[in-house]
Structure formats: structure tokens, C-alpha cells
Write a protein of this length. Sequence first.
Length: 352
Amino acid sequence: MSITADLRPARPAPLPSRRGLLAGAAGTVGVVGTALLGAAGCAGDAPAGPVAATGAGPGGPFPLTFESEFGTTEVPAAPQRVVSVGVSDADVLLALGGQPLATTGFTFYPETGLGPWAEPLLTGTPVRLGSDAEVSVEEVAALRPDLVLAVSSGLQAPLFEQLSRVAPVLARPAGTTAYAVDRAVQTRLIATALGREEAGRRLEEDVERAFADARAANPEFAGRTGVVALPYDGRYGVFLPGDARGQVMADLGFALPEAVAAADTGDSFFVEVSRERLDLLEADVLVVLTDDGSRAGVETDGVLASLDVVRRGALVLPDLDVRGAMSYGTALSVPYALDHLVPALAAALSGS
């Protein structure tokens, strides 16, 4: 599997881009699920930083106007029919009490694009759209949405303009990179657009509390180095803190090894490591993300096995769902990842 197929869902690009490591397969599955949101809560103050929205004032939060990388979007009223084009945006919608008419997502969840942390919240089967960056405008239009979520997506200006003729499109904030919107920003932006800003704030506070609890229970994480890598095409991609997978490790208190940080060119979300430079994977703990097709190769990789971190027993090979939860990196998936990843990290460090 190529890194462009697992770091982002099937987005054609001149260089590997964020979500290719878990490619999004095309294909429509099932029927349209119920999309009605619960009663919209009142929005509080407009969130600071890259989440910018202006509202109507004392009469209620709507209409709301958002400035994105591609232009201005107005959400006139509380959305009732929501399509999630962003690969992980449906997680936030579900966590806030909504239901997606359609989703994209990664290929290892082919039916709904949702992992085990999100599927229990579904009340119907959403339409499975194709690539988030090449979604069919006609297919979206047929669902008659009143909001399209595209915060965590690779869509560009032409697709944004086409989709905007169908419904308001909530895209990534100006100045951010495709697939690299911070988890807290994603949560607050979607919550604000749904009229549920306070609920979104509480959701992110819960995630921050989960990280704080994990750090408090495992003080040995602080000051240690950690690498999250994925094998592809005979190489490894090491995720940077700007990526959801790298962010999980950073939020737990791990730092990148200096050699990896120095290799960051600033134009990608991962550092490519050739087999000749697997020494760059040396860290206090090494997390390698695999699937059924790559796990055996990692387990029998003699060069990898020669690394000190592996010889010390500090190699962690999460299962596919933990890999998925780290990759989605949402306020809904991260607690699932922590429940399974943190004990494995602690065990790996205890033997090193």
C-alpha cells in the first residue's frame, strides 16, 4: 500500500498528502440515513484563532458566515440534512447528535467510512461517497443537503465552488493545509456551524481531559521520544505532529527524535525514511501502523529488527482499529485510541 493511499483517501496530488495512508475507496453503499439533528443548542462567543464565524446576534446564532481557504460560506439556519465530505468530519457530527446523509472516510472501513467508535451512533446507513477530493457533485446534490462538511478533506477551489452551488460548504480555515486542520479547530468549527458550539467545547474539553489523565497516570512519557511510522513501498513514513497520528503522540508527552525533526521540510505531514536510513526510527518507543497485508512484513523485517528500539522490546504494533482511531484523530476517535494505545506504550517503555 502506498503512503498516498493510506495518509489520505485517494487524492491525486504531486506528492504524498496527508490522509493517503488509509485510502478512501469509492462506492455507494446502502440507503440514505436519517439526517435530522437534535435541537440545536445556542452558540456562545465565536471561537478564537482560525475558527471565525459571525452570527446574527441576540435573536439566535443563525445566519452564520464562515471564511475558509476558498471563500465565504453562509449557513442560514440550523442544518437538518448534512453530507460529510471530510474524511473524519462525520465523527464530530455524530458526537454532536447529528446523522450524516453520506460519508467518505478511509478504505479500511468500506461500508460507512466510520470506525467502531462512531458506528454505534448511527441510526441509519449513510451513502458511501468516493474520494473526498473527487466526490461526485451530482451524487451530493441528489441528497438535497443543507450543509456539506469538508473541513478534513482535500477538496480544492473548483470543487468547493461546484458544491457551493448545491449547499453551503464548511471548508478548512484560511491558511490551513488539506487534511491538517487541528482537532480542536475541526470540532469547534463544525459545532459552530451546527449551532452547537457549547457542546463542541465540552467535547474537546473531554478529549483534553483524557490526555491529561493519561499523562498523569504515565509520567514516564514526559521527555521521551516516540515515532509513529507506516510502511509503504519498501520505505517508512514517519508522521509529524501536524498529522493526527503524530499529534496523539505529542499530546501524550512524546517528542520526535531530533534527527526526524531535522528532516522535516515543512511541506508535508510525514518524513520519508528509506531502508538505508531506518536508524531515523530509533526512539524510546516506536509505533508502526500495519494492516493484514503489511504486518507480517514488519514482523520479519530484519533491518527493523536490528534497531535498538526493537531489540529493547519498545516496538508497538496496534491493531487496525487503533490505527484507524489515531488516523481519524477526532474528538470521538481519540479516546478510543487512548484506551488501547496508552497501556501498550507504557508496557513498551517499562521494558526499555
